[in-house]
Design a protein around this ligand. Structure first.
Ligand code: ZN
Length: 238
């Protein structure tokens, strides 16, 4: 599931969670990590043949921090300041990470052709910025698991976490559709996110910024989830 350095990064995120809110935060982390690990393994062979997105295989430390870095910072902030809204932000960040992972991993397996969130035109499977009905339902489901545990642990109201997770995943799709780097393989005549392409051919950039990949977009999405959950929490508790 993770590379060796990926495991170190995950342990660091876990240590921050424990420092911020002991078992309650650790439970929220696991509510993201375990289901995400399971859906990532679902139909792995099929996904490998279908997708043209970036990294496949075990996740490295950059991917771990793109998904868990914001939450780790929120947990550290909680340990230092005891601001309850940082707990909500912590849960919101993991809800966004879970929503995005579920949407991508389950949406890729769906039979329907994804459509661009921006133009609604059909898009190759697995590319960022694509939406399917199944993927969207999966986003809510992933977010809801984190929301349920966060609510049970007394960290944030269920619906604020679910909404925040969905907001994060939507920002992920929007950013993936417009600012994330998109490349083109001439040999296969299709768009992809890597250079070289899976076929070995060098690819050229057709859209987006060269320095914005999946990890930067995930970072943005988890930041959105954190902010949205804290904002909803502040509004809810007025
Ligand atoms: Zn190719």
């Amino acid at each position: 599931v993770l590379t060796k350095r990926g495991w170190f990064a995950a342990l660091a995120v876990g240590a921050c969670a424990l420092a911020g809110g002991s078992w309650r935060y650790a439970a929220v982390l696991l509510a993201f990590f375990i289901p995400s690990m399971i859906v990532s393994r679902l139909g792995r062979e099929r996904k490998r043949s279908l997708t043209d997105a970036g990294k496949t295989g075990p996740r490295d430390e950059v991917q771990v921090l793109a998904n868990g870095g914001i939450a780790a910072l929120c947990a550290l902030g909680m340990a230092l300041t005891h601001q309850a809204l940082l707990g909500a932000a912590f849960a919101g960040a993991f809800a966004a990470a879970a929503a995005d992972t579920f949407g991508t991993e389950i949406g890729t397996l769906a039979a329907a052709t994804p459509r661009s969130i921006l133009t609604f035109k059909p898009l190759a499977r697995g590319l960022s910025g694509g939406l399917t009905g199944v993927g969207t339902i999966a986003e809510v489901a992933g977010s809801a698991i984190v929301g349920l545990v966060a609510w049970g642990a007394g960290i944030a109201p269920f619906w604020t976490v679910v909404l925040a997770g969905f907001a994060g995943a939507t920002v992920d799709s929007l950013a993936g559709g417009c600012i994330q780097e998109r490349r083109y393989c001439e040999r296969c005549a299709r768009e992809c996110e890597t250079d070289p392409h899976a076929c070995g051919e060098r690819t050229k950039r057709v859209r987006g910024a060269a320095w914005i990949g999946n990890d930067a977009v995930n970072f943005l999405a988890t930041g959105t989830g954190a902010l949205a959950c804290a904002a909803l929490g502040a509004w809810f508790s007025r």
